[in-house]
Design a protein around this ligand. Sequence first.
Ligand code: AP5
Length: 215
Amino acid sequence: MKVILLGAPGAGKGTVAKLLTDYDGSVQISTGDILRVAVKAGTPVGKQAKAYMDAGGLVPDSIIMQIMEARLQEPDCAKGFILDGFPRTIPQSEELKALLGKLAIKLDMVANLVVPREVILDRLTTRRTCSNSSCQEIYNVKTNPPNADGTCKKCGKPTIQRDDETEEAILNRLEVYTEKTAPLIDFYRKEGMVKDVTSLDLKEIVEDITKALEK
Ligand code: AP5
């Protein structure tokens, strides 16, 4: 599949993307995960991105496009990809359209995860993420907890709250989403690409998306 997952912070993009990879072996590409690895490794990109991320703002489009232009040409993308957290601004959508055209890749769908704000706020304050850069498994202390000692069920490393999970950063991320990312829903709706997904049940969400892909 070649799918974009749209949705506010905490809508479940990362969780759903990981589940969708089991469907046909498509890879999850999360710009957030890629940036967090770069920040932890202290690479030049990571050094530039850290302050934007910690404050809940967006990393400049030029940095993101440089990352994604290279990533989409890696061999594991040939089977398909699930874009999680990208594109996030109208310029990124326009540049992605041009890039996919150049690479002769056709998108199948833009799945828009619709989740009420109160659910989002609850999820973001109860999320835990594996601290191992090559794992980054997502947990929730209420709905899907890690091991009792706080370690990851997959790799055994400690789970943590992300640096952008302070109340101030969460509120800023939601504002930035409304201003910069929500307009992408209309952008892709005009292209007839959008499938709204309103269920809050993970099994139903995955079924909604995969059934729509099979049509
Ligand atoms: P990124 O990592 O993409 O963060 P985000 O978009 O804010 O999204 P989140 O990862 O917070 O949430 P999610 O929708 O993936 O939800 P999750 O599955 O974890 O980006 C981080 C930062 O990087 C940005 O702020 C920006 O600075 C920068 N960045 C990244 N991409 C960029 C770009 N393209 N351009 C510019 N800057 C960029 O779920 C949340 C919680 O809910 C979890 O605990 C999960 O277990 C739980 N949960 C999820 N779904 C369900 C469900 N259905 N039922 C019960 N619990 C659920």
